[in-house]
Write a protein that binds this ligand. Structure first.
Ligand code: ATP
Ligand code: MG
Length: 226
């Protein structure tokens, strides 16, 4: 069974007197352990699509299944719990909580779900070391560079061992070297822990390493032959 499957998903936005179809009848699936990259020009609907897939927004039509369960039919509470267990999400614009330190931000998915932080000590150390954040943990987001904020948001998305990680331009704000560290972390998670990854990216180094690449064009999603 696919870990993620969408059927005929449509998302439209009203912009003043016109309607923009950000996601237009999109059907695709992602298998467990697979690394999927989504490329495409600015405004083509990539962020909208992965936010729908992660249950962060609702489509006007279509079906979205996570491990066979239709999230588009779930109640708000049910979806919230399901997401807390299954999904990690790296937002394009980080969305860190401004009054929490880097460490508190990273631990947020655990505190939000009442989980025992002690059990995640090793995971925390691995993420913090790999992402080069060990001397920044007590800083507020406003005291961090854009790239550091991005790395905190990646650690936050991964701390609770999500079954499925969505990352929206996870290396967009990083220099070449930090972007390579992030790519290597993603590949390590995939190879060692069979982490399923869906990554929106302009970074061709990332797309080149993906198992499957899709291109979004004006709301349409099509596979790219590698
Ligand atoms: N909340 C919103 N309200 C109205 N229109 C929106 C909203 N969010 C996105 N859109 C529109 O939907 C379309 C797709 O936007 P989206 O952010 O998904 O594109 P993207 O591919 O992620 O672009 P980028 O590469 O610049 O991040 C765009 O035309 C955008 O203007
Ligand atoms: Mg986007």
């Amino acid at each position: 069974m696919a870990i993620l499957e969408t059927r005929d998903v449509i998302k439209q936005y009203k912009q003043y007197d016109r309607v923009v179809t950000a996601v237009n009848h999109v059907s695709f699936s992602v298998e467990e352990g697979e690394f999927t990259a989504i490329i495409g020009s600015s405004g083509s609907g990539k962020s909208t699509l992965i936010q729908l897939c992660a249950g962060l927004d609702e489509p006007q039509a279509g079906h979205i299944y996570l491990r066979g369960q239709e999230i588009t039919q779930m109640s708000r509470d049910e979806l919230c719990r399901f997401r807390g267990k299954m999904i990690g999400f790296v937002f394009q614009e980080h969305r860190l909580v401004p009054y929490l330190t880097a460490l508190e931000n990273i631990l947020l998915p655990l505190s939000a779900a009442d989980r025992d932080v002690e059990k995640y000590r090793e995971r925390l150390r691995m993420l913090v070391d790999t992402l080069g954040l060990s001397d920044r943990l007590n800083h507020l987001p406003s005291e961090l560079s854009g790239g550091q904020q991005q790395r905190v948001s990646i650690a936050r998305a991964l701390i609770h061992y999500p079954s499925l990680l969505f990352a929206d331009e996870p290396t967009g704000n990083l220099d070449k070297e930090s972007a390579m560290d992030v790519l290597n972390l993603l590949l390590r998670l995939k190879n060692e822990l069979k982490q399923t990854l869906v990554v929106v990216t302009h970074d061709m180094d990332i797309a080149a390493k993906a198992d499957k690449v899709f291109r979004m064009d004006n709301g349409d999603l099509r596979p790219v032959m590698k």
